[in-house]
Design a protein around this ligand. Structure first.
Ligand code: HEM
Length: 454
C-alpha cells in the first residue's frame, strides 16, 4: 500500500522566519496561508507554528489515513491542552482508554431512536424562541449570531439535560462566550502565564468558569434530588457504572462531560446557523426555494409533527452546503505517537498532523467554483455523492467523529425550516462578513439580518 512505502523525500517546508517559523503569519491570517499552500498543490506541507512542527495534508485519502485508518497512531495534540483548562477531561479533550470508556457511556444517548424522540422538544423550543422574534421594526437588523446562541443553548439544556434554562440563559450564555473568547486568546498568545497567576485574563477566566460550574452543578444536584431515572444524556451519565469496578463518575468527571457537551453542543450549531442566515441574505432565490419547501411540507401549524421535518430535503442540502463553506471545526490536529508514512513522506513521532476541512471543502478539484453557495451539490445522487467520503468533513471522521453530528443536523434542519417559514431575511446595507478562524470558524463580527414577513 502506498501510505506504508519507505519514506524517500523530505516534506516540503513552508518558508518562515528564523526561530518563529510560520507562527506570526499563521496567527495573523491562517486562512490566507492555507489558500496559498493549497495552490502549491503539494501532497503535504511542513509548517513551524508555536515552536512545533506541524504537517498539513491536503488529500481526502491522507485525511482518512490520519483520522481513521491509522487513528491508533494519533492522540490529542498539544492544542487541546488549552481547551482542557476550561473543559476539563471530557470527551473532546481526553484520550486513550479513559476516552473510550466515556464515549461508550455517552454514545447511547445519541442513537437514532433517542434522537428521534428529541425532535418534538427541539420543535417546541424553536417555536417558543420564534415567538420572541418579530419582524424588524423600521428595518432595524437583529443580531442573529446572538439569537441563534440563545436558541441552541435552550435546546441543549432541554434535550440533553432535561432542564429549562430557568431564566439563567443570559448569564450562562455570557459566561460560556467569555470562556470561549479567553480560550481563544490563550491559544493564540505566544506567552501563557500559568493559570494560578492572578493576571486579569486568568481572573476573568476563573469568574466565567465559576459561573458555568455553578449552573452545571445545579443541574446535577437538581436531577439527583428528583430521584427518578431519566434516560436522557444526564441520566445516563449519572447512572453509568464502570464494568469492572462498579464505580460511578465522580462529580468532577460529570462536570467535565456536561461542560464539554454544553459547549460543543451549542456554539458550533449556533455559528453555523448564523452563517446560513448570512448566505441566505445574499441568495434570495435560494431563500425563496427554502420557503416554498417549508410552507408546503410543514403547513402552518405552530409546532408541526417531528416526522414532517425528515421530508425537508432541500433544507438539509442548504445546511450541508453552508457547513461546506463555513465548517465550524475548520482544522483538526493530532499528535503522532510513532513515525507515520504518507506516500514518500514521514510525519515524525511527537509532531502534529493537521487535517483541514476548510481546505478540503474548497478544493476546486472536488468542488468546482468552490466559493459559490450551491446547495444542489448535495442533491440526492448529485455531485457530492461522487466524491471521496473524506472530501467533506464538517464533523470529522474515524472514531473521534463528532458524537453530536446527527443531533446537530436534525436541529439545524428544524431551526432553519421554522425560521424561514416565519421570516424573510435581508442583510443590512454593506454587511461584509469574513471568517475569523478561532477555535471555531466564527464570523469576524456578529451577523445581522433584517427580518420581514415572507
Ligand atoms: C454544526 C454543529 C457541529 C459541528 C460542525 C461539530 C464538529 C465536530 C468535529 C469536527 C469534531 C471532531 C473533532 C476532532 O476530531 O478533533 C467534533 C467532536 C465532538 N462534538 Fe461536535 N460538532 C457539532 C455539533 C455538536 C453537538 C450538537 C454536540 C453535542 C450535543 C457535539 C459534541 C461533540 C463532542 C462531545 C465531540 C468529541 C467527540 C469525541 O472525541 O469522542 N458536537 N464535533
Amino acid at each position: 500500500m502506498e501510505t506504508t512505502a519507505a519514506p524517500t523525500r523530505p516534506v516540503p517546508l513552508h518558508p518562515g522566519l528564523p526561530f518563529l517559523g510560520n507562527t506570526i503569519a499563521f496567527v495573523r491570517d491562517p486562512l490566507s496561508i492555507l489558500h496559498t499552500l493549497q495552490r502549491k498543490q503539494e501532497r503535504i506541507v511542513h509548517l513551524r507554528i508555536g515552536g512545533r512542527h506541524q504537517y498539513l495534508v491536503f488529500q481526502p485519502e491522507d485525511s482518512k489515513h490520519i483520522l481513521q485508518e491509522n487513528n491508533r497512531n494519533y492522540g490529542r495534540s498539544p492544542a487541546f491542552e488549552v481547551l482542557k483548562i476550561f473543559l476539563g477531561n471530557g470527551l473532546l479533550t481526553s484520550d486513550g482508554d479513559f476516552w473510550r470508556r466515556q464515549r461508550r457511556l455517552a454514545q447511547p444517548a445519541f442513537h437514532r431512536q433517542k434522537l428521534a424522540a428529541l425532535a418534538d422538544a427541539m420543535v417546541a423550543e424553536t417555536a417558543d424562541w420564534l415567538d420572541t422574534l418579530n419582524p424588524s421594526d423600521i428595518r432595524q437588523p437583529i443580531n442573529v449570531s446572538q439569537a441563534f446562541m440563545d436558541v441552541t443553548m435552550r435546546i441543549v439544556c432541554k434535550t440533553l439535560f432535561g432542564s429549562d434554562t430557568n431564566g439563567k440563559l443570559d448569564g450562562l450564555s455570557h459566561a460560556l462566550d467569555s470562556l470561549n473568547y479567553l480560550a481563544n486568546s490563550r491559544m493564540l498568545s505566544p506567552i501563557r502565564f500559568p493559570m494560578s497567576w492572578p493576571t486579569p485574563h486568568n481572573q476573568r477566566s476563573k469568574r466565567a468558569q465559576r459561573q458555568v460550574d455553578e449552573f452545571i452543578y445545579g443541574l446535577i444536584d437538581q436531577r439527583r434530588q428528583q430521584h427518578e431515572d431519566k434516560d436522557d444524556l444526564l441520566g445516563m451519565l449519572l447512572s453509568a457504572e464502570d464494568e469492572e469496578t462498579g464505580e460511578r463518575m465522580s462529580d468532577q468527571q460529570l462536570r467535565d462531560e456536561c461542560v464539554t457537551l454544553f459547549s460543543a453542543g451549542h456554539e458550533t450549531t449556533a455559528v453555523s446557523m448564523a452563517w446560513t442566515t448570512y448566505l441566505l441574505t445574499q441568495n434570495p432565490d435560494i431563500l425563496a426555494r427554502l420557503q416554498v419547501e417549508s410552507e408546503t411540507i410543514l403547513g402552518d401549524a405552530r409546532t408541526p409533527p417531528a416526522d414532517a421535518f425528515r421530508r425537508l430535503t432541500y433544507t438539509m442540502q442548504v445546511v450541508q452546503e453552508s457547513l461546506r463553506l463555513y465548517p465550524p471545526a475548520w482544522i483538526m490536529s493530532r499528535r503522532a505517537r510513532e513515525d507515520d508514512h504518507i506516500g514518500p513522506y514521514t510525519i515524525p513521532a511527537g509532531d502534529t498532523a493537521l487535517v483541514c476541512p476548510y481546505l478540503l471543502h474548497r478544493d476546486p478539484v472536488n468542488w468546482p467554483d468552490p466559493e459559490r453557495f450551491d446547495p444542489d451539490r448535495f442533491a440526492p445522487g448529485g455531485p457530492k455523492d461522487q466524491l471521496h467520503s473524506y472530501a467533506y468533513l464538517p464533523f470529522g471522521g474515524g472514531p473521534r467523529l463528532c458524537i453530536g453530528n446527527q443531533f446537530a443536523l436534525m436541529e439545524m434542519q428544524i431551526l432553519l425550516a421554522l425560521f424561514v417559514r416565519k421570516f424573510s431575511v435581508s442583510g443590512p446595507p454593506n454587511q461584509r462578513i469574513v471568517p475569523k478562524p478561532l477555535i471555531t470558524l466564527r464570523p469576524n463580527q456578529p451577523i445581522k439580518a433584517i427580518l420581514s414577513k415572507p
